[in-house]
Design a protein around this ligand. Structure first.
Ligand SMILES: NC(=O)c1ccc[n+]([C@@H]2O[C@H](COP(=O)([O-])OP(=O)(O)OC[C@H]3O[C@@H](n4cnc5c(N)ncnc54)[C@H](OP(=O)(O)O)[C@@H]3O)[C@@H](O)[C@H]2O)c1
Length: 195
């Protein structure tokens, strides 16, 4: 039997990564298998995945070594950063949510490159700023440079790729957001392939 290719899924316990995980599980004859990344393997959702036979691995995008370990041996990865993550007041003070997403995305890209992943899909969003400018709409600036930070910061990451990380995206797929609980369909937000 041919060995299945492992897809390491960041956010496997959430909406987007969960949809991908369910889609792979729904295709048992397919070439892929899921490695679910979570910060807490004891959570209800992580345990549920484990009970379905999914390999569950603890990793945190704020801990690069853990992501490196979790990507090791995988064929590819799906990476989502969570702008809306629950944070403590100390974490809010330490860095903005945009800075958090940029750092976490860079961590994912470095870990992908260092572990030699063949293909990475990064869940990103569009930069809203040129559109507001084009339409002549003046809205407040947030975190020094963004209009809609959970869109604009992700887009900044999509378009910049320091040489030490993966090359810039080779393809970008615009698509609507749809998270199927049945696992029969999967559409993530705008995605970009890093490597
Ligand atoms: N849902 C939408 O319709 C939608 C639309 C557009 C854009 N987005 C963007 O998508 C992101 C949220 O994705 P989602 O909707 O899938 O979120 P979600 O359902 O709330 O799930 C968040 C996932 O991220 C994981 N996670 C959070 N912080 C992490 C960290 N430091 N390291 C590793 N994993 C971490 C969580 O895993 P554990 O808790 O198990 O560790 C969880 O699986 C946001 O940035 C948002 O801007 C979402």
């Amino acid at each position: 039997m041919t060995e299945k290719m492992i897809i390491a899924v960041v956010g496997a316990t959430g909406s987007q990564g969960g949809g991908l995980g369910r889609a792979i599980l729904a295709d048992p004859q397919g070439p892929f298998t899921v490695r679910a990344l979570t910060r807490n393997a004891d959570s209800g959702k992580a345990r549920e995945l484990a009970s379905q036979g999914v390999e569950v691995v603890e990793a945190d995008l704020d801990d690069e070594a853990s992501v490196h370990k979790a990507f090791d041996g995988a064929y590819g990865a799906f990476v989502v950063t969570n702008f809306w993550a629950q944070r403590t007041p100390e974490q809010e003070k330490a860095r903005t949510r945009a800075e958090m997403e940029l750092a976490q995305a860079a961590t994912g890209a470095r870990a992908a490159k260092d572990t030699g992943l063949r293909h990475v899909v990064w869940s990103t969003l569009e930069d809203t700023r040129p559109h507001f400018e084009r339409l002549g709409i003046d809205i407040p600036t947030v975190f020094d440079s963004y209009k809609v930070p959970h869109f604009d910061a992700k887009a900044r990451r999509t378009h910049s790729s320091p040489s030490s990380e993966c090359p810039p995206p080779s393809c970008r797929r615009p698509s609507s957001t749809s998270h199927s609980s049945s696992g029969k369909a999967l559409t993530v937000t705008r995605t970009a392939s890093w490597c």
